[in-house]
Write a protein that binds this ligand. Sequence first.
Ligand code: ATP
Length: 254
Amino acid sequence: MTETEIPDDHPRYASLVTRHRIEAGVEQGITSKQGLIAQGRGEAFDYLLGERTLPSADAAARAAAATLLLADRPVLSVNGNVAALAPSETVELAEAVDADIEVNLFNHTDERVRRIADHLREHGADEVKGLAGDGEIPGLDHARGVVDADGIEAADVVVVPLEDGDRAAALAAMGKTEIVIDLNPGSRSPRTADVPIIDNLLRAVPNMAAHARDLADATPAELERVVDEFDADAALDDAEAAIREGSFADGDDE
Ligand code: ATP
């Protein structure tokens, strides 16, 4: 079944489209096979969350937008799952907050970075970083720590969707302000983040862009207030409570 053949009144439409995009990403050499496993984990958590954006995740997306608008050198990190699932949405977010886009892969190969960069350009990106590989994240072995010197290495704020815990911790140790999108509130990366967004990246990325557009005329003091009012621990607790207390019927195929 292709994406256009999935009937849009199917009760699991969003989930089927997501699976299809990841599968297509693997076929195009954009997404790694491990990306399929990450997708499966994410889908399970999304099901438990009721496949919706919690109010606490919406507040996180707004705080993330304000953080990005206040940043001097914001960078959106893109891996194979992000590129397959939300390429246009990522480009639109980068435009809304004036951020760079950098391809940054856990299983790095130049070939896959190039394919992802091409894919992002096909979806409207001008410049895509990640191929220079002349910088590093200290504390990780070379293959996992390679970044661009004028990209993630020099960034003050980084958005890392679906990041693995070690790299999230190493980026935090570099002093970066980190925005993590992840559906699992118990995963180490959102627990390391300054702003954890416990939501599906397919919903979170456009939501951040919408908040950024809404906040475009806000003063720095107003943006600071949005950031200060956000409580990361409370947002993680809220998502965990929603999973523990949720009823299967709410997120089921009705
Ligand atoms: P950590 O080392 O931080 O504990 P992990 O081992 O949980 O990370 P992976 O096994 O690589 O990390 O799993 C990828 C993560 O990405 C999972 O936490 C999963 O919930 C999340 N994820 C997968 N797909 C999506 C998606 N579409 N939107 C948001 N999060 C997702």
